[in-house]
Design a protein around this ligand. Structure first.
Ligand SMILES: [Zn+2]
Ligand SMILES: [Zn+2]
Length: 308
């Protein structure tokens, strides 16, 4: 199960009721911060989610509204000894901005008191353990190395199907334990049995897709396909479509169209321009995807996956 906390839902500049981009993604003991706009550390305090386990930051790109909160957050994590190290992941161009930011704001006064690891990432798997996989995918914005992120819960651990085990005459005991652990075995007669042959059907766990700053492009549909929750930028209304196209952003209608084509279960919109009001953005999106919602700062949403 995922729990998302919207820490900042504004675009480019903050509004009185919207902070700059930051989204916390919790999955069991794992915690990821996607983007870290200026003021994110204060949003974390105000939200009540706390700084614990906050040791991995995924950056969509290097624009100031998405990264200016990094030095302050890192300094606070060091001050409170919240984590011994902080890993900041982004594309090469993004990390160049981050490096300059940290060198200028954090490092001139010596050891910042926290080990900061800059991890270069690109499209593909960027983080994985037995229960969760995080996949980055390319976005098309106005700067290099823009990424979206897909969080894939791997679902329940493999269960064995007793009927299949009996049919293949796999004896009870160590062989079944090996198969349950994902290891193939050789039966006494020489027949090889792979775990997939005796696995009970299971459905994958929930998936959350986060689309950061981007203009529309066809391949995005496949990246978001089937997500239980799509978090997507919706910077402008259709009336500002030209401005959206020039600045590499989506309109609410385009974000909603992506949700329709990708057949996602739920759509939460964020990165809302100060030019537009949340209800207007939501109304435009709902003309296309009726379940669309505009996220507010500090809103939380749980994602457990589909019931079927
Ligand atoms: Zn932005
Ligand atoms: Zn941007």
């Amino acid at each position: 199960m995922f729990e998302l906390t919207f820490l900042g839902t504004a675009a480019a500049v903050p509004a009185a009721d919207r902070g700059l981009p930051a989204l916390l993604v919790d999955h069991g003991p794992r915690r990821f911060l996607v983007d870290c706009g200026e003021g994110t550390q204060r949003q974390i305090l105000a939200s009540g989610v706390g700084f614990r386990r906050l040791d991995t930051i995924l950056l969509t790109h290097g624009h100031a509204d998405h990264v200016l909160g990094l030095p302050g957050l890192a300094a606070t994590l060091a001050q409170w000894e919240a984590t011994p190290h902080l890993t900041i992941c982004g594309g090469p161009a993004t990390l160049a901005v981050v490096r300059a930011l940290l060198d200028g704001a954090l490092h001139p006064y010596g050891d910042p008191g926290i080990e900061i690891r800059l991890q270069e990432i690109g499209p593909g798997v960027v983080w994985e353990d037995a229960e969760l996989r995080v996949v980055a995918f390319p976005l098309q914005h106005t700067v290099a190395d823009c990424l979206g992120f897909r969080f894939e819960d791997k679902g329940p651990k493999m269960r064995l199907d007793p009927a299949r085990l009996d049919a293949l005459r796999v004896p009870p005991g160590p062989m079944r334990a090996l198969l349950a652990g994902g290891v193939g075995v050789d039966l006494p007669g020489g027949r090889r049995v792979e775990p997939e042959e005796v696995a009970a059907p299971s459905k994958p766990g929930p998936r959350v897709c986060v689309v950061g700053d981007t203009g529309p492009f066809a391949e995005l549909v496949a990246e978001a396909a089937g997500a239980d929750l799509l978090v997507c930028e919706a910077t402008f209304l259709s009336g500002d479509a030209q401005r959206a196209a020039l600045s590499g952003h989506l309109t609410a209608a385009q974000a909603a169209q992506l949700a329709v084509e990708a057949r996602v279960e739920a759509l939460w919109l964020t990165h809302i321009s100060h030019r537009h009001r949340g209800p207007e953005v939501q109304a435009e999106a709902r003309m296309v995807f009726p379940a669309a919602r505009v996220a507010s700062d500090f809103e939380r949403v749980k994602v457990v996956g589909r019931k079927d």
